[in-house]
Design a protein around this ligand. Structure first.
Ligand code: FAD
Ligand code: 2HG
Ligand code: ZN
Length: 464
């Protein structure tokens, strides 16, 4: 039976659109869709609806528009800024992409793969890999994060240094706009300058401009060999220096990540995962290098060794070539998010600053957080090759914004951004203007009003 207070007319229209079994209204069934991965953001949905085709998505959007209900798209619900769950107290329907799970065949010549928005990154990776390709974007939430969610957030991850963010890996999308119309750019044209780039506009739009239903992925060739190295250095400045040298010496550099000693301590204590190198260096860099021909593979290890030899300040080092050993070197880096979650509800600030400012940013941000939230636990790690650090602070109440404001102000003061890869969501709405000019925000608002004049799609995300 439908809970009291829910809109019977709307749920009937939704059931007509997708079938009653795909309209979830009971509180205990909705619950998992109403709270985000961190536990910091939660709200109420009139219903959760799970369309199985683009036509059904369009019908859902039209039904919601007719009843004045907003639509919150949700993929794997691994987003970290609260954009994929409903806001408290609004009239919202969660549109889950869980049934948009079709995976096409790899077009080997074009190196492209068409997938439904609800396909997980891991599933897309497996299909690409079987054809000698890769998605080119990788992140620890791969088993749950969906390709649609990654497009909507312009996800980054560990391979941005070589392959760029999700934006660079999207050859086209299909999406439903706020009026229920469908835009489709799936021909796979590498060159197409006929008008505005609608695909590009939808990438990173966080569910505010359209619901992505299918994605044509631009794959990358899989390397024939990979070498993963972990190395200890005395400071983040040294890590930046070493990564710069590796980037110059090794054109196949695919990843360059940094962890700090206290973060690795936490991962070891909370999850029983050993650090990649012994001796607790202040900073551990995890880097990965690929080779794309047998000839290059034959000399890869020597080239990596020579590049490391030329770097000053390197302490303990571990090198791995086979998959199990490489996975072991990655594990502690990948499980930081999970380890922090064992301490409580985190404040997550996902910032980037110009590489030359990264070390100064780190020192200043630690001091500012200690001043603003002295009894908190602060853990930093990130994508050092991209100038992107994740600042996690556990201690302040979820709705206490002081630490968020302080960290983001330091990032802005160093010429950085308030979101490197997770997006603005609801978490950073008050801070968008720190790194975007009034003219830019006005242009973004104009786009939003043109495509979604009634504010139907993900209200409260990006703009107040
Ligand atoms: P959701 O969380 O469901 O939604 C995220 C946003 O996208 C919301 O605003 C939602 O409304 C919108 N959305 C979802 N699907 C659609 C759609 N089909 N159409 C329109 N809008 C849609 N992120 C990184 O960038 N790099 C990382 O390295 C990284 N590592 C992570 C590690 C862990 C352990 C976790 C938990 C998260 C990590 N993330 C990372 C964050 C997260 O995985 C990404 O933001 C991912 O892109 C979200 O995908 P999702 O399917 O879970 O989206
Ligand atoms: C990562 O790089 C992810 O580990 C998650 O982007 C960051 O949990 C976080 O703050
Ligand atoms: Zn990240």
């Amino acid at each position: 039976m439908e809970p009291a207070g829910r809109s019977t007319e709307l749920t009937k229209a939704l059931a007509d659109a997708v079938g009653a079994e795909h309209v979830l209204v009971e509180a205990d069934v909705r619950a998992g869709y109403e709270v985000d991965w961190t536990g910091r953001f939660r709200g109420d949905a009139l219903a959760v609806v799970r369309p199985g085709s683009v036509e059904e998505v369009a019908a859902v959007v039209r039904a919601c528009a007719a009843s004045g209900a907003a639509v919150v798209a949700q993929g794997g619900n691994t987003g970290l800024v609260g954009g994929g769950v409903p806001r408290p107290g609004g009239r919202q329907v969660v549109l889950s992409t869980a049934r948009l799970r079709a995976v096409g065949e790899v077009d080997v010549a074009a190196r492209q793969l068409l997938v439904g928005a609800g396909v997980t990154l891991a599933a897309a990776q497996a299909t690409a890999h079987a054809a000698g390709c890769e998605v080119g974007v990788d992140l620890a939430a791969r088993d749950s994060a969906t390709v649609g969610g990654m497009v909507a957030t312009n996800a980054g991850g560990v391979h941005v240094v070589r392959n760029g963010p999700m934006r660079a890996r999207v050859a086209g999308v299909e999406a439903v706009l706020a009026d229920g119309s469908v835009v489709r750019r799936l021909a796979g044209l590498v060159k197409d300058n006929a008008g505005y780039d609608l695909t590009g506009l939808l990438v990173g739009s966080e569910g505010t401009l359209g619901i992505v239903t299918r994605v044509l992925l631009a794959l990358v060739p899989a390397p024939v060999e990979r070498v993963t190295v972990a190395l200890g250095v005395p400071s983040l400045a040294d890590a930046v220096e070493v990564v710069g040298r590796l980037r110059r010496a090794l054109p196949g550099l695919e990843a360059a990540e940094a962890c700090f000693a206290d973060g690795l301590d936490l991962v070891e204590e909370a999850l029983r995962v050993a650090p990649p190198v012994p001796g607790r260096p202040a900073v551990t860099v995890v880097a990965e290098v690929g080779a794309w021909s047998q000839a290059a593979a034959g000399v890869l290890l020597d080239e990596v060794a020579a590049a490391l030899d030329a770097c000053p300040a390197i302490g303990a080092t571990a090198v791995a070539t086979d998959r199990p050993s490489r996975t072991r070197l990655w594990e502690a880096r990948e499980r930081h998010t999970e380890a922090v979650a064992t301490l409580g509800v985190p404040h997550k600030l996902d910032v980037a600053v110009p590489l030359g400012r990264l070390a100064a940013f780190e020192a200043e941000v630690r001091a500012r957080v200690a001043a603003v939230a002295p009894r908190s636990t602060t853990v930093l790690w990130g994508h050092v090759g991209d100038g992107n650090l994740h600042v996690n602070v556990v201690g302040p109440a979820p709705d206490d914004e002081a630490v968020d404001a302080a960290v983001l102000a330091v990032a802005a003061a160093h010429g950085g951004t308030v979101s490197a890869e997770h997006g603005i969501g609801v978490a950073k709405v008050p801070y968008l203007a720190l790194t975007r000019s009034p003219e830019e925000v006005a242009a973004m608002r104009a786009l939003k009003s043109a495509l979604d004049p009634a504010g139907l799609l993900n209200p409260g995300v990006l703009f107040p």
